[in-house]
Structure formats: structure tokens, C-alpha cells
Design a protein around this ligand. Sequence first.
Ligand code: F6R
Length: 365
Amino acid sequence: EKGGYPHFMLKEIYEQPTAITNTVSPRIINGAPDFGIKALTDEILKSFKRIWIVACGTAMHAGMVGKSVIEQLARVPVEVDIASEFRYRKPILNPDDDLVIIISQSGETADTLAALRLAKEQGVHTLAVVNVVGSSIAREANSVIYTWAGPEIAVASTKAYTVQLSVMYLFAIKMASVKGLIDEKETAKLCDDLLALPAKIEEVLQNADNCKFVASKFQNAHDIFFIGRGLDYSLSLEGSLKLKEISYIHSDAYAAGELKHGTISLITTDMPVVAIATQSHLFEKMISNIKEVRTRGAKVLLICKKGTERQADLSEYVIEIPDYNEYFSPILTAVPLQMFAYYTSVLRGCDVDKPRNLAKSVTVE
Ligand code: F6R
């Protein structure tokens, strides 16, 4: 059932190109996204003035990328919330203007389901992005977009996350196009770029040996920092969560510009740093942040685009992702982060697919 792979997690990492193709290609019709949802006509989509994305854990991290890409492309303000916070903070929802997007792999997460119910009670349209067909969240939401990742068995989410990201992109392109912010040609180009991502992921998957090598260098660390800016900050949070949940190495993720506001005092020769720098407009800023931590002795793994101008001696280790439309880099960056976490866990002899204290579906609050 593991299809020849030693763990479900590795199998699921390798299934990502197919999962994304299955999720994206049926939703692109004549060069534009089409979710086939009757309740969400273009007119209705155009009318939303604010979007909330509510989820837990990795799904919430997908929501953070969703916020960046929807705001960038469709110019609609998006608020991302952790379901267990959202439901207890009396969110100010407006049924006329707001859309609530709920993201969940299992469709059964207790806090996420409760958040959905709260939004529905207030008369706000709820759109669920769910992997498990017929799950509670899928049944109760006003509209559903299924991610077609297939069953995800490993507790640590991998393919469910990247398909959630692909739906966030489709949604952002759709919103931008109905709002007339991108024309037909631009819409079709973005859809083509999204459809071509699985082939780029295949390229990233060939870096497995390098990820394993870096994991062997970092496996004995007690703490690891992840830093990034913009989209790469959201990926830092996800990379950090993945690493700590399956390898039991403590790690934290920071917006790179925040280091000097306190946490840089934790940097020593014993604190390796994973620096994600895939965004050209933020690259110079990241270089300064990397220099700051290296001056204090940190060993750095840099994750960046192939061919990115690298100053000599910028980092001890490098993992490159293909040079591709940067807007989509999160889907490519996710993969080496997953592999890094996976190999670190394996090298430390941890139970990769079933980390201690965790369940695949969190149906209690
Ligand atoms: C981490 C992980 C969890 C889930 C979270 C939400 O690898 O899998 O953080 O993302 O428990 O679960 P779903 O998406 O089923 O609502």
C-alpha cells in the first residue's frame, strides 16, 4: 500500500505532481478557472469586499499563502485566522460583503467545523476547500471546492497542503479575472503556468539526495530557525511546523525582518538557520538578514531560485528550486521543506508517519 516507498509521507510527497494536476486541470476551462459552483456566479464573486480564510495548522498556512496571492492579484482584503481563535473572538462578519473560506484536508477538524457553523449562522457565504469527499465540513458549507489529493495517510500533511495552495491560486486568478483586473490573455497565461507546475515539481523531487545531505548536517541540532519574507515567510512557518512535528527538533519561524526585534539574540553557532529567499524584490533584504545570522555563527541552508545571483560564501548549504514564475514559488518551495523534514525524521529514527501525540484527524477541541 506504500507503493514501494518506506513511508506514506515519502509516497505522498512524490504524489504531488499528480495531485495538483487532478485538482487544477478539471477547473480550467477555455483558459480560465471555472469551479462549476452555481451559488458562486461571477456577479456574486465580484461582490465580495472581504474574504476570511479560517483553518488550523498546515491548512492555515495554506490560507496565509492564499491571503498573499488573492490580495496581490484580486485586490480584495483577506484576513487569515486560526479556527480556534476565530470562533471565540466574536469576529465582525458582514453577510452582504464577506466570504468565508474554510480549508481542511479531513473536513472533520472540530474547531474548523465550529468556525464554519459560526459563519453560517451569521448568514455569511461559506466556501469549503476540502480533501475528504462527504466529510462534515464539505456537507455543511454553502459551496465546496474539493482538492483531489487522494487519501493522505501520513499524519504530517504534504500533498494536501500543495493542492490547497493550488486552489488558492485558482481562486485568486478567478477573482482577479471576474473583477476585470487581468484580461483574458493574462488569465490564460497564469492558468498555463499553474498547469505547468507539476512538471517543475518533478524537477524539485530530483533534489532528494541534496535534501537528505542537508538533513544529515542538521539532524543533531536542538533548535532550528526558519526565516523568510513575504510568501517565503508563510513557507517558513510551514517548513518549521513540518520539521518539528516529525523530527521533534524544536524550531521557530520568523519574518526575517523581525529578527532584530528580539530573536536574533538566540542566534549562536548552535542555531542553524533555514533561509528561504525565492522572491526577487525581497532578495537583497534577505541577503542582509542572512549575513546578520552568519556573523553570529549560524550555519545557513539557503533555499532560492536556480540561477539567483548568489554572492560567494553566502550560505553553507543551498537547495535550488527551478527558475519559474515567482508568484507560484510556494508550491515549489514546499517540496524541499517537506523532504528536509522527512529525512531529518528518518535519520533521527522517529516514527515518521505517526509522530507521538498526534492524530490525523483532530475531532476534539
Ligand atoms: C500538520 C497537519 C495539521 C493539520 C491540521 C488541520 O502537518 O497535518 O497541522 O493541517 O490539523 O487538519 P485538517 O486540514 O484536516 O483540518
